[in-house]
Design a protein around this ligand. Structure first.
Ligand SMILES: [Zn+2]
Length: 294
């Protein structure tokens, strides 16, 4: 594998204030005074979770890979009552869900329920050579027994719901399926941030798994472009790699995926020869060609 770690730190973090916590597996940054980036740079997935601190409640968006203990980080950043939500229930974003069972809200969706029951061994696929920097593992982390633990959603939410963090700090749930059937985006109206999960990030965007629906994915990108315009969004906030993406990339991504589907982009093959890869300037799509009905 190419030396992903040599590319770090990514320049996009240099403008953000670094916050010290006791948990060295995570790097924490302030994206806004009330919005914290909880980044896992020592695994090649470079997963990012987020904490939004309101006046009455805090909202944790995703719980990370479950390698480090994100609960300790959260407790050091905020003592307010906590709500926890997932952008989607792929294993790399739900690793510490089990620690927050009293606080976990989510969609009522078959895919989430199925994951909840039997995902859950996918964690071991993340433990192959060169995917992580072992020297940064927490001392109590056991690579061999690493699994995603089951969790239970305690309160169901729907598209368009508002999560009220107090004093007019409202976060809107936007259903954006495609990457998975349970993918959501979250709109922070006050800070003009749009949290998009794995719907978009700078890097290879995975659209090849059986639960992916390419038509839904494109419709969700269209929806996000509308939301961006209506709310004058400052930043797209993804769940991998970098936390501060210029909104014009999402417009470019929509244009790009439409061209792919129309057959106007030449495909490469992934290294394992299983999927098509379509390269654009700062992102790419990795797609199962059977989704392209061509
Ligand atoms: Zn992911």
């Amino acid at each position: 594998m190419s030396s992903w770690f040599d590319k770090l730190p990514r320049t996009q973090y240099s403008s953000l204030q670094r916050i010290t916590t006791s948990q060295s597996w995570f790097q924490v940054y302030a994206l806004r005074p009330s919005v914290f980036v909880i980044y896992e740079p020592y695994h090649c997935e470079e997963v990012i979770s987020y904490l939004i601190v309101g006046s009455e409640k805090s909202l944790l968006i995703d719980t990370g890979m479950g390698i480090g203990n994100i609960e300790i980080v959260i407790n050091e950043l905020s003592s307010l009552p906590l709500i926890v939500i997932n952008t989607h229930t792929h294993h790399d974003h739900i690793g510490d869900n089990w620690r927050f069972e009293q606080s976990l809200i989510g969609l009522q969706c078959e895919f989430s329920k199925k994951n909840d029951a039997d995902l859950i061994n996918e964690a071991q696929n993340e433990m192959e050579n060169d995917m992580f920097r072992e020297e940064y593992f927490p001392k109590d982390f056991d690579q061999k027994s690493y699994r995603i633990k089951q969790f239970q959603i305690t309160k169901y939410i729907s598209d368009g719901d508002t999560i009220d963090l107090g004093n007019e700090r409202k976060i809107i749930v936007i259903f954006t399926p495609g990457h998975t059937p349970d993918s959501i985006s979250l709109l922070d109206i006050q800070e003009r941030l749009l949290f998009v999960g794995d719907q978009f990030y700078l890097g290879p965007i995975f659209l090849y798994r059986p639960e992916t629906n390419l038509k839904d994915y494109i419709e969700s990108l269209e929806k996000l472009v509308c939301v961006m315009k209506n709310h004058k969004i400052d930043l797209i906030v993804p769940s991998h790699n970098t936390p501060n993406v210029d909104p014009h990339f999402v417009v470019m991504a929509l244009d790009a995926i439409r061209k792919v589907v129309a057959g106007n982009v030449i495909a490469k093959k992934t290294d394992d020869d299983l999927y098509n890869k379509y390269d654009f300037d700062d992102f790419s799509f990795v797609i199962d060609s059977k989704f392209l009905n061509k």
